[in-house]
Each structure stands twice: as structure tokens, then as C-alpha cells.
Design a protein around this ligand. Structure first.
Ligand code: C2E
Ligand code: MG
Ligand code: MG
Length: 687
């Protein structure tokens, strides 16, 4: 039973040494309804309790009355009631109760047990003045005075009002308690959430391995510093990019756990070095903090805000380099580690945005790597000019397709023994009216990096297939040639490449075996698993695969059989060196023998001399390509060679593309390719 259950009788304690007073109280306070067994129990526990009917007065609440004739008895009853969780709510206490303690002492002791007890002092004598009572008990709002003789309604009114007040106080306290608990729970929950949010925010902006700020964090700091200000900062900031040399080797040879340990140690060294630098160099609190971040892998970046001078920042970068490039003890191994560093400074002409700063420092770092490992390079005007050139090319390349500045040239691939042209390699050309002619060696990597190679490569495939169809339509059947198209990895791995290829073949009505795709050796060997399935898919279309620039990348001879390669193209560097160094001829010979064993044909690239051609013929090289036979030319310029009306520079045979008088007789009609009218001429193979 809760005290706050308003239907419960209010518990009243009557303390008076006169029995008659008790019965008077009882008559006044007794309710009309009998609360039954409950009151019997209370009477048993705390003394007599009665709920007799009152004659004429009625209270909105019922009372359960407990009687005590002496103060000590009252205190005892109150203690029991409180322990049982059913404290009294109102007590009427007589002032004088000989022979026991008087009313004031009784009240003091009752309040010690329950300070909330509402007390009415009932007195007929003026043995204590009210002032004395207040002085002794304090000015309390739960203490009232009732002078004897009292009127019935006074007693009933006081009991009712005080019981209700007691309940209201308890209720308020309970509510406050509940609110406090709810508030505590809420605070706890908020704290929890805050903690979780902080953890999330930290995880999003920090590297979990080294605990350093990550790329996101660095980007935000740099954006605030460089991009969100109206004016470029007057101070010079420095950004240092650092990349470990041969970290992959550590990971591969000693395992990732050791690799991680190394990164943690390096992060610690960088942070310590930066702390020392910041402590020495900063004058007062900097508006932006210096920081060291891990970009990912083995790349770290240090940002120095408002450097004293460029020299001091370069000196610091040197310190970092020596700090990092040393021996590390890792899992019982002593590992020598090197690092390449690039540094860039904010400046209005070379880099004043976050992106430019990152790019410049990154480029300087690559320059350092390229120069030789364990170097430091400073981003300078020369690198800046290269960046501008590159950006200009990138921009122009974006428009190159619709501007129509791209076109294809073709270089014959011929049979080394007979001189017969069996195919043409398409090579992309870019002639820009303002920039001039740009080599594919320069623009293909840009196209690959920017992804432009995908649309450009598609155009190349379409254009090559369209050209070869037109060409073959105009050639005698036995003179028809295949076309070899160079493709980049990014093109091949782009979703839907094989479907697109199939569509191009269909649109141009050419069979798969009229098309060859040239893929470089490194393109396959860098990540064979990624590409080998696609190569098989391509093969299913009848398209043959050439491995280009063979010998320049990894030595993939031993794994050649794992890939569906039809033809190997031995890189030009082998052919050009074979005259000066016999070993190269031996190597080419070995490659040819091995390829033949695997049922693979070989093309020698870059044949420039008669001597090279002769030697290649002697070691049974199947096919050849090179300036000696023909440079790459627009298709219209090759028609003479293809039809046999023209001979190649190559001595030892004519380049008649199997076009004897008999065959020409079958194709006597002049044909056109593009806008150029061409008439096949009777030329024999052997002159
Ligand atoms: P690649 O596929 O190995 O092409 C052979 C390169 O060697 C061509 O350079 C060609 O002009 C050159 N060459 C041929 N014979 C000789 C010779 O006797 N002596 C010398 N010194 N060079 C010779 P090019 O046209 O500058 O192309 C360079 C590279 O650009 C190509 O190497 C190829 O990897 C790439 N490339 C060209 N066109 C395309 C294309 O449409 N798509 C893709 N993805 N790459 C292409
Ligand atoms: Mg090629
Ligand atoms: Mg090549």
C-alpha cells in the first residue's frame, strides 16, 4: 500500500495521556466506512486503531488512527511504522503527559525518525509560549498549534488538511526523485551518446593504426586554412609529403604485423619531431596547428603553419628524413628503412589552395623518389611549369574527341620470311592546333589517369574497325589484313568492355579474328587475377591477344602459359641492342623458341635496319614491325604498300601483298578509301 494512494486512510497518531481525549478524537476522525482487516493488522502492529463512524462531520479522506498515551510509546510506534514503510502522516500531540516526556521532546524525537511528520500541538496550558516552541523546534511549516478546548471541525479540518499536505509533499518529493532519476538517466545517456559520437568523429578523422589524423582531417584543416579565407594568408605554410621506400618489401617479406609495427614506430618518431619543432618555432599560439597525418599505406604528411622561413622548414624536413631513415628493430629483425620526401610552400603563384598544396608536395615527393631513394625535393618553378603543362594537356584532351584532333595512323605488321603484310597496328595521334603534335607516350598516361582513355579507347576501337572493314572490302581476299589495337587496362576492366567490343564488331560487320588487341606485359603481370577472366571472354569473340612490349616489365616467360596470349611482341629495346650486343640476339632466340613451344607467334618490334631483319629471319622470328619496313602512316598512305603498287624500304623482298596479275584480274575495279581513289597495280612478290 502506497502512502500516495489517495484512497488509503491517512495514518494519524494521537498522543495524549488522557483516555477521554482519545475517544473524542476517534469520534471526530473516524470514517463512515470500515477499512476492516487492514486496521486490525495495524492495531496489532502499532496499537489500537479505530475507524468508527462519525456522527455528523465528514472528511474527504478516511483516517486510520493509532493511539499512544505517552511520548515514548508514540516514538516507538513511529519507529516501527517507519521501518515498515508506513510512516504516520499526522500526529496530534498533547503538551503535558506526566509522568513521561512532554510534547516538545516527543516531537523532537518523532522528527528525528521522520522529519516530514505533520504535527499539531494540542495544549490547554500556557506552559510554553509559542515563541519558546518555535525557538526550541524551529520555525517549521509542519508544526501547528491547537488550543484546548478544540472544536470538532478544527480537529477534522487540521487532520484532513495536514494529511493532504503530507501526501502532496510526499508526491512532490517522489516526483522530484523520479525527475532526478530520469534526469540522471538522460545525462548518462547523453554522456554515452557524446562518447559514441566522439569516438565516431575520432574514427572518421583518425587513422586507427597509428592514431594520427587521417586524410579527411588533413583536408579539413587545409581547406580551413587555404580555401575558406577571403584573402590568401600572408604567412608561408609548408606541406611535407613522405613516402617510405620499399615498404611493400617489408610487408611482403616480414608480414603485415611487422609492417604495421614499423608504421606505428615511424608515426611516433614523426609526432615527436613535430612536437619538438612546434615547441621551438612557435611564438605564441598558432591560429592553425602544425600536424602530422597518415594519408594511408606508407604515406605521411606534415603540415607546418606559418614557417619562420622556407630554409627552416627544409631543415626540419631534413631532420625528419634522418630520423626516419635508419635501422628499426622489428620482431627480432633489424630492418633498414628509407623514405623520400617532397616539400611545397604556399605561394600566390605556385599554390594557394589546399588541392594545389597537396598536389605540389606529392609531385615533389615523386621527384625525390625518381631522383633516387632517401631524397628530399622542393617543389619549384620547373615542377610548377610541368604541372601547368600537364593541366593544359588534361584540359585539351577532354575536348580532343569532339574537336576532331585525334586520328589514327597504321603501321604494317609483316611476315619476316616472306614480307607479306598480315596486319596493321593502329596508333593514336593527337595534333592540336595550338599545342602542336603530342606523343602518345605523353598523352596516353594522362588519358589513363583521368579515365578519358575509356571514351577515347572506344573511339579508337570503332575507328580502327571501321577502317579495316572499308580497307578489306577494297582488297583482294588473300590481301586482307587484321588490325591490332592497343588497349589500356583501365579500358578492359571497365564494366561492359567485352559487350561493347562485341557490339563494335557487329556494327562494323567484321569477324572477331580480324581484330587483335595489344595489351602490355605489365598490364597483365601487375595483377593477373584481375584481368585473366576478361582475356578469356575476349578470346571467345575470336579476337586474338598480343602481349605488347614483352621483356620490359616483369619476366613473365614462366607464367606465359597461364594467359590466353596468341602473339608476343618483343620490345624494340631488344631489337635495337641486338646488333651491338650478341647476348640480346641469344635472348630473342630463346624467347622465340619458348614461344613456339607454347604455340605462340612472335613479332619483333622496332626493326630499323636490314641487318636486324636478316638476323631475325635467321632465328625464325615470325613477324616484324619497324621503320625499316614502314613508319606508322595514315591509312591512305599505306594503300600502295597494301595493294603491292609500292615496295617497302626493306630490301630482300618486295612488299607486294600477294597481289599477282591473276589475283588483280579478279579485282580490276578501282576502289576508294575515304576520299582517295586507288587502283590496284599488278606487282609480283619476287622481283
Ligand atoms: P606500342 O604499342 O609499343 O607501339 C609501338 C611504338 O613504337 C609506336 O610509338 C611506334 O610509332 C614506335 N615504332 C614503331 N616502329 C619503330 C621503329 O622502328 N623505331 C622506333 N624508334 N619506333 C618505332 P607511338 O606511336 O609513339 O606509340 C607509343 C605507345 O603509345 C604505343 O606503344 C602504345 O603503347 C601507346 N599507344 C598508341 N596508340 C594507342 C592507343 O590507341 N591506345 C592505347 N591504349 N595506347 C596507345
Ligand atoms: Mg602496341
Ligand atoms: Mg610495343
Amino acid at each position: 500500500m502506497s502512502l500516495l494512494n489517495r484512497t488509503c486512510p491517512a495514518r494519524v497518531l494521537l498522543v495524549d495521556d488522557e483516555e477521554s481525549i482519545h475517544s473524542a478524537y476517534r469520534t471526530i476522525l473516524s470514517a463512515k466506512r470500515n477499512t476492516g482487516a487492514l486496521d486490525d493488522l495495524e492495531a496489532e502492529l502499532f496499537g489500537e486503531a479505530t475507524t468508527d463512524s462519525a456522527a455528523d462531520l465528514e472528511s474527504p479522506i478516511q483516517f486510520s488512527i493509532t493511539h499512544a498515551l505517552q511520548g515514548e510509546e508514540a516514538v516507538e510506534l513511529a519507529a516501527k511504522a517507519t521501518v515498515a514503510g508506513r510512516p504516520f502522516e499526522v500526529a496530534f500531540i498533547d503538551m503535558r503527559m506526566p509522568p513521561g516526556i512532554d510534547g516538545l521532546e516527543t516531537i523532537e524525537r518523532l522528527w528525528k525518525i521522520d522529519p516530514l511528520l505533520q504535527v499539531v500541538i494540542c495544549t490547554a496550558f500556557s506552559d510554553y509560549s509559542w515563541t519558546e516552541v518555535i525557538l526550541r523546534l524551529g520555525s517549521k511549516d509542519n508544526l501547528l498549534l491547537l488550543k484546548k478546548p478544540f472544536a470538532n471541525e478544527e480537529v477534522l479540518q487540521l487532520a484532513t488538511a495536514l494529511a493532504q499536505k503530507h501526501r502532496a509533499v510526499l508526491e512532490t518529493r517522489l516526483q522530484i526523485e523520479q525527475l532526478r532519476e530520469a534526469n540522471d538517466r538522460l545525462q548518462h545517456e547523453i554522456g554515452h551518446r557524446q562518447l559514441a559520437e566522439n569516438k565516431l568523429a575520432h574514427a572518421a578523422t583518425h587513422d586507427h593504426l597509428t592514431k594520427l589524423p587521417n586524410r579527411n582531417y588533413l583536408k579539413t584543416v587545409l581547406a580551413q586554412r587555404f580555401d575558406e579565407q577571403d584573402l590568401p594568408p600572408l604567412q608561408t605554410d609548408a606541406l611535407i609529403f613522405m613516402d617510405l621506400d620499399n615498404f611493400k618489401l617489408v610487408n611482403d617479406s616480414l608480414g603485415h604485423v611487422i609492417g604495421d609495427e614499423l608504421l606505428i614506430q615511424i608515426a611516433g618518431r614523426l609526432q615527436a619531431a613535430l612536437d619538438e619543432y612546434s615547441g621551438h618555432d612557435s611564438v605564441g599560439p598558432a591560429p592553425v596547428q602544425n600536424l602530422v597525418a597518415r594519408l594511408g599505406g606508407d604515406e605521411f604528411v606534415l603540415f607546418l603553419a606559418d614557417v619562420e622561413s622556407q630554409d627552416s622548414a627544409i631543415r626540419f624536413a631534413e631532420t625528419i628524413r634522418t630520423e626516419v631513415c635508419c635501422q628499426y628493430e622489428l620482431g627480432g629483425n633489424s630492418v633498414a628503412v628509407g623514405a623520400s620526401l617532397g616539400i611545397a610552400f604556399s605561394s600566390s603563384d605556385m599554390g594557394s589552395t589546399a588541392e594545389q598544396m597537396m598536389r605540389n608536395a606529392d609531385l615533389a615527393m615523386y621527384r625525390a623518389k625518381f631522383t633516387g631513394k632517401r631524397c628530399l625535393a622542393v617543389f619549384d618553378q620547373e615542377m610548377h611549369a610541368a604541372v601547368l603543362k600537364r593541366l593544359e594537356l588534361e584540359d585539351a584532351l577532354r575536348d580532343s574527341l569532339q574537336d576532331g584532333y585525334l586520328h589514327l595512323v597504321f603501321q604494317p605488321i609483316f611476315n619476316v620470311a616472306s614480307g607479306k603484310i598480315i596486319g596493321l597496328e593502329s596508333l593514336l595521334r593527337w595534333d592540336h592546333p595550338e599545342i602542336g603534335t603530342i606523343s602518345p607516350n605523353e598523352f596516353i598516361p594522362i588519358a589513363e589517369e583521368t579515365g578519358l582513355i575509356v571514351p577515347i579507347g572506344k573511339w579508337v576501337l570503332e575507328e580502327a574497325c571501321r577502317t579495316i572493314r572499308q580497307l578489306n572490302l577494297s582488297l583482294a581476299e588473300e590481301n586482307r589484313v587484321m588490325v591490332a589495337v592497343n588497349v589500356s587496362k583501365r579500358q578492359i576492366v571497365a564494366p561492359g568492355f567485352v559487350r561493347m567490343l562485341e557490339q563494335i564488331l557487329r556494327d562494323n560487320q567484321i569477324a572477331g579474328n580480324q581484330l587483335n588487341l595489344e595489351i602490355t606485359e605489365s598490364m597483365i603481370m601487375d595483377n593477373p587475377e584481375e584481368i585473366v577472366d576478361i582475356l578469356h571472354e575476349i578470346r571467345k569473340l575470336g579476337v586474338r591477344l598480343y602481349m605488347d612490349d614483352f621483356g620490359t616489365g616483369h619476366s613473365s616467360l614462366s607464367c606465359l602459359h597461364r594467359f590466353p596470349i596468341d602473339v608476343l611482341k618483343i620490345d624494340r629495346s631488344f631489337v635495337s641492342t641486338m646488333e651491338a650486343n650478341d647476348d640480346y640476339e641469344t635472348i630473342i632466340h630463346a624467347i622465340i623458341a619458348l614461344a613456339h613451344n607454347l604455340g605462340t607467334q612472335v613479332v619483333a618490334e622496332g626493326i630499323e635496319t636490314e641487318n636486324q631483319l636478316g638476323r631475325l629471319r635467321d632465328i625464325e622470328c615470325d613477324l616484324g614491325q619497324g621503320y625499316y619496313f614502314s613508319e606508322p602512316r595514315p591509312i591512305a598512305d599505306l594503300l600502295g604498300l597494301l595493294s603491292g603498287s609500292e615496295t617497302s624500304l626493306a630490301h630482300g623482298f618486295h612488299t607486294s601483298n600477294i597481289c599477282n596479275s591473276e589475283q588483280v584480274a579478279h579485282h580490276p575495279i578501282p576502289f576508294t578509301l575515304g576520299m582517295l581513289p586507288i587502283t590496284p597495280v599488278n606487282t609480283s612478290f619476287d622481283s
